[in-house]
Design a protein around this ligand. Structure first.
Ligand SMILES: C[S@@+](CC[C@H](N)C(=O)[O-])C[C@H]1O[C@@H](n2cnc3c(N)ncnc32)[C@H](O)[C@@H]1O
Length: 411
């Protein structure tokens, strides 16, 4: 059942509803307890479904403030806010879709529009937006939010699989990505299923569908003429996007974008293959978005790197490469056999230095290793004991992630 019924959403958008949400937000800001506030709202004569909606809108508004500068003007439901696109990512995606056609006012249908972060970004980018969702309560809030921003968006309560946008409309869709708290790994696990969605709207001149970042380039529902783009924000992999038609870059099958910097790289069907090499002076960890797009060999080629193993994206080089958003580099202090006793003995020259144990492709238990290393202090800014499965068996590379000035081996 919808989190917010349409009548309650309509009340929430009324002057009375908005004033109640604002007052509740002020109370929470002043330190009121949520449970006590809910009781107070009901005791004041507010119906229980309205009291729940007010509390939800007030708590979500407070949570939204760091990402949505105008959050205090807007109305949310908590789950809708969780599912909403980050406003900066929505703006970046909208520009990519709408810039595919320079004509202002190009019709764009936003299927699965939710609270409207994407629909509003598309409208702000100049598109003539129709927002479609199954949830009428969310659509009412979307209308309210768009109006507060001075944007005109049509809404349509309908199934994305059943609507028929006009033939010149670009499509944007952001299907639900979680089932029972589990992140969707396949196109078929999104709601609505993305293979069906793409098949129903195959004639659209241009399409962008937002997916979980866990989907794979080999997914059977991914069309052959699609570009799959992996997007990270501040280093965290956030989403992938299937681009088809006009917004797809010619010949591109996979790409990666790093936000907020907007760094972008892509490849066609062919890709270079890096040689496997002995562990060198540095380990190079390629940005996850580039690894998911299978661009790590391309990145490695540019810096003269090799792979540490045939099936690993971890790279190794013999000289520190230039600083880049596409990878992180860690100097290797020592390469040791993967035996805890040997590593423990070696670590004795670094008493009190924090150690982090990282596993690359081995069935090793970091907790067990930590105990066998003599329970050294733990932390991410010291030495890393990296257990690596190479093609010649397991190895340990001890790398140095202590803050600059970079440490050297004790004399
Ligand atoms: C991830 S949310 C969309 C968030 C939205 N892009 C935003 O930024 O606020 C997914 C939305 O898809 C809607 N939905 C799920 N299945 C649908 C379908 N078959 N047709 C239309 N909407 C659907 C849900 O109601 C939900 O609001």
């Amino acid at each position: 059942m919808a989190e917010l019924t349409e009548p309650v959403a309509a009340w929430l958008c009324s002057a009375d509803g908005r004033a109640t949400v604002t007052a509740a937000t002020t109370d929470l800001d002043a330190g009121a307890e949520e449970l006590a506030l809910a009781s107070r709202l009901r005791a004041g004569g507010l119906r229980p479904d309205r009291a729940t909606a007010v509390l939800g809108a007030a708590t979500a508004r407070r949570r939204a403030r760091d990402r949505w500068p105008d959050a205090d003007e807007l109305l949310f439901v908590p789950t809708g806010l969780e599912q909403a696109s980050d406003p900066d990512v929505a703006t970046w995606r909208a520009r990519r879709l709408v810039a595919a056609d320079a004509t202002a006012g190009r019709p764009v249908w936003d299927l699965c529009a939710g609270l409207g972060a994407d629909a509003m970004a598309l409208a702000a980018a100049g598109a003539d937006v129709t927002a479609v969702d199954l949830d009428p309560g969310r659509l009412r809030l979307l209308e309210h939010n768009a109006e507060r921003r001075g944007l005109r968006i049509r809404t349509l309560e309908a199934d994305a699989l059943a609507v028929r946008p006009p033939p010149d409309a670009l499509l944007h869709a952001d299907p639900s990505r979680r089932t029972g708290g589990r992140r969707a790994r396949r196109l078929a696990e999104h709601h609505p299923p993305v293979g069906e969605l793409l098949a129903v709207h195959a004639d659209a001149p241009g399409t962008g569908v937002v997916l979980s970042p866990a989907v794979d380039l080999d997914d059977p529902d991914l069309p052959e003429d699609a570009e799959l783009e992996f997007v990270s924000v501040d280093g965290d992999l956030k989403e992938s996007v299937v681009w088809l038609g006009e917004p797809r870059r010619y010949g591109v099958v996979a790409s990666a974008t790093l936000l907020p910097g907007g760094h972008h790289r892509s490849r066609g069907a062919a890709r270079p293959s890096l040689e496997v090499r002995d562990l060198g002076t540095h380990l190079v960890e390629v940005a996850p978005a580039a690894v998911r797009a299978r661009l790590h060999d391309q990145v490695g080629l540019e810096i003269g790197a090799g792979r540490v193993a045939r099936r690993r994206a971890l790279l190794t080089v013999d000289a520190r490469p230039p600083v880049s958003p596409w990878y992180r580099v860690r100097p290797v202090l020592e390469i040791l056999p993967a035996r805890a006793k040997v590593v423990r003995r070696w670590l004795r020259q670094y008493p009190g230095v924090a150690v982090e144990i990282v596993v690359h492709g081995l069935a090793a238990d970091p907790g067990q290793w930590w105990r066998e290393l003599g329970r050294p202090p733990r932390g991410p800014q010291g030495l890393r004991v990296e257990l690596i499965r190479t093609d010649d068996g397991a190895r340990v590379a001890v790398t140095d992630v202590r803050p600059a000035p970079s440490a050297t081996l004790p004399s």
